[in-house]
Design a protein. Structure first.
Length: 144
């Protein structure tokens, strides 16, 4: 070999086949895009899942809260009904007592007036009987 030919071999670098390097670059690019697509879809899936979980949790909390409110309302209504019944019974008892008291007062008033009238009538009748007795005594004395 010629001395210049060796130099050409040393200087010349074996250059790679460009057709070979392009598929490798495409592969890396496709892998990078696939990785980005997976990462983006994972992030999107996480966001969607988190939103659904938030909605589900909010709905469960709302349902539990509504159930508790309904339970409290039922207990409140029962207590109100019981209180209303108790107050109505107390009012009925008071009405009965007031009616009895009114009857008693009316009876006492009527008796007081009747007694006074009866006393007056009795006194009047006694006076009449006394007068008649005196007349009878006078008549008896006349007959003697």
């Amino acid at each position: 070999m010629e001395p210049g030919a060796e130099a050409d071999l040393r200087i010349k670098k074996p250059h790679r086949d460009r057709s070979r390097s392009r598929p490798a670059a495409r592969t890396y690019l496709l892998l990078a895009l696939a990785w980005l697509l997976l990462a983006a879809s994972g992030a999107a899936g996480t966001i969607v899942y988190a939103e659904r979980m938030r909605e589900r949790t909010a709905n469960e909390v709302a349902a539990r809260t509504q159930a508790q409110i309904d339970e409290l309302k039922a207990r409140y209504d029962a207590q109100i009904s019981e209180l209303r019944d108790s107050v109505n019974r107390d009012i009925d008892e008071l009405k009965a007592k007031v009616e009895s008291l009114n009857q008693l007062l009316t009876f006492v008033k009527d008796n007081a007036n009747t007694r006074a009238d009866n006393s007056n009538q009795l006194y009047t009748q006694m006076e009449e009987v006394r007068k008649q007795l005196e007349e009878l005594k006078k008549n008896l004395e006349v007959l003697k």
